[in-house]
Ligand binder design. Structure first.
Ligand SMILES: *Cc1c(COP(=O)(O)O)cnc(C)c1O
Length: 513
């Protein structure tokens, strides 16, 4: 089957290649790219795939979404090998029993270079960018080469994954803005000790919102954009979703092989809905996942949607909604951008009689309404269809901290969770308790662990304070992160949250590259 992509907001015929979808990132109409047909797995896939390595599985899955005319088998194999060679664990994403008695397992997604789950996707995306640019520039004179300037803002926890995905990549430059003094020392060290010349960190005197505003203005600046080909690697890029599908398959096979029991539920700490959306694709391809459970923090738009069908920035007065700063900052969002992709499939199959173009029309109307009023109410058919695959839970800061503590105390090896993973584990235990109460048996939970606890030292230390024998240095901090403190930092300070100053700094740094 030939694979083609279209925008979630397009009401006309559309068939983009994988390369176009990846290199554009966001569609011109503001929509996100989706494959209109979700490929189906071969009938005997369990037998054939269950013993494959992570890399072999990744290849098989990617192959279903990328036509061989675009990337050959041998090139795709090489891209996969290179992308996961930077991971510290031989399984790439190992499965850890965390509470065997209750059939709860942690899927550790943080063994990549920056100790966060975003590495699984961004290591691959960086190599893809380089691959496509190298091909486009094969016969081009040096001064005519196509280049990309990736610009992004971070509140600390996710900028490093973009930097490590793009470091040293030919024809790519990367600029990450962060608020001066408002990110943790480890997070700053991770971003600023990278030596590659194409990596630039801008420490901006202001807040994270200031940084994000500046980035948005840069994207909206047509002159600057056409001169420097500004790009993004944020979580709406299709290649990120695609790369994340592998660990659903890999962990499913590992668990089912071990236990012989195939009733598996995935619990996913969610913000922009990218991580769990990969699980949805896996399920729709035919992986027999029992349920997907969305775990949100107090920024709970997804949980509210699942319960009420109202997709709105805040209950009550959506127009005045504000993001709440929680213990799990990578999940602090008002709107989950990737949710639009799920909505598109739900609308197409339940409201638009399977018609792609009609689905695009409806989604476009909904997204305009969301932007203007902060609220969309989905019809009952759509909400019902969502509930076929998904459940949800909302976990507050208090529960998050209590879960870090109780898991540490109960685990034989004193396992330390980061606050994002703790939102997932708290959700898992609520479901386990409910199963026990209703008499449901033989359910196994795989709770996704999205970051290493060392990245969120403050919350972890606060949650474990006063426990006899606990030591951040001994129990949590890996040697590799400790060593960053002594490395030389490269930071460019921007002494005012000013668009002009940031633009000038970018141009100066580009000229130096
Ligand atoms: C990005 C992130 C999440 C949320 O993932 P989404 O794909 O945005 O739902 C959760 N935890 C950590 C540590 C993250 O960095």
């Amino acid at each position: 089957m030939s694979q083609a992509y279209r925008s979630t907001r397009s009401s006309g015929p559309q068939a983009l290649t994988f390369e176009e979808a990846v290199m554009k990132g966001l569609a011109q109409d503001g929509g996100l790219f989706v494959p209109s047909e979700i490929p189906q797995l071969p009938a005997n896939f369990i037998e054939e795939w269950k013993d494959l390595s992570f890399q072999e599985l990744a290849f098989n899955i990617l192959r279903l979404y990328i036509n061989p005319e675009e990337i050959s088998d041998s090139d795709l194999r090489r891209l996969v090998q290179v992308s996961y060679s930077t991971f510290r664990h031989k399984d790439v994403t190992p499965l850890q029993p965390i509470d065997k008695e209750k059939d709860l397992y942690l899927l550790e997604l943080f063994h990549g270079p920056t100790y966060a789950f975003k590495d699984v996707a961004l290591q691959f995306v960086g190599n893809l960018f380089e691959y496509f640019l190298t091909r486009r520039n094969a016969d081009v004179a040096d001064d005519k080469r196509e280049t990309i300037t990736v610009v992004g803002a971070t509140s600390g926890d996710t900028g490093s994954a973009a930097i490590y995905g793009l470091r040293g990549k030919k024809d790519v430059s990367v600029f990450i803005l962060y608020p001066t003094g408002r990110i943790s020392p480890i997070q700053e060290e991770q971003m600023t000790t990278v030596e590659d010349k194409n990596v630039h960190t801008l420490s901006v005197k202001g807040t994270f919102d200031d940084c994000q505003d500046i980035v948005k203005q840069i994207f909206g600046d047509a002159d600057f954009n056409s001169k420097h080909h500004v790009g993004a690697v944020n979580s709406i890029n299709w290649a990120r979703i695609l790369a994340q599908m592998t660990y659903y398959f890999y962990s499913y096979f590992q668990l089912v092989k071990q236990t012989g029991n195939s009733k598996v539920r995935f619990v996913v700490p969610s913000g922009n809905f990218g991580d769990i959306l990969a699980g949805y694709y896996a399920k729709k391809m035919g992986l027999p996942v029992d349920r997907l459970i969305i775990a949100t923090n107090e920024n709970d738009i997804l949980d509210r949607f699942m319960k009420s069908g109202r997709y709105e920035k805040a209950a009550g007065n959506p127009a005045a909604a504000e993001v709440k700063a929680t213990y799990s900052p990578a999940m602090d969002i008002l709107i989950s951008s990737n949710f639009e992709r799920l909505l598109w499939y739900l609308v197409r199959d339940n409201l638009a009689s399977g018609d792609d173009e009609k689905a695009g029309q409806i989604l476009n109307d909904w997204m305009v309404q969301l932007k203007t009023t902060g609220s969309v109410v989905a019809p009952e058919e759509v909400v019902k269809a969502a509930r076929v695959d998904f459940d949800s839970e909302r976990v507050d800061d208090k529960d998050t901290a209590a879960t870090i503590k109780s898991v540490y105390q109960a685990h034989p090896d004193k396992y330390v969770l980061d606050p994002h993973s703790a939102v997932g584990v708290a959700t898992s235990y609520r479901n386990i308790d409910r199963d026990a109460a209703s008499g449901e048996k033989d359910v196994q939970y795989i709770s996704l662990s999205t970051a290493h606890p060392a990245k969120f030292a403050d919350v972890v230390n606060q949650s474990l304070a006063g426990i006899d024998g606990y030591s951040f240095d001994k129990d949590v901090l890996p040697e590799e992160l400790r060593a960053l403190a002594t490395k030389e930092k490269r930071i460019r300070l921007i002494d005012e949250a000013s668009l002009e100053k940031v633009k000038a700094a970018i141009e100066e740094e580009l000229a130096k590259e």
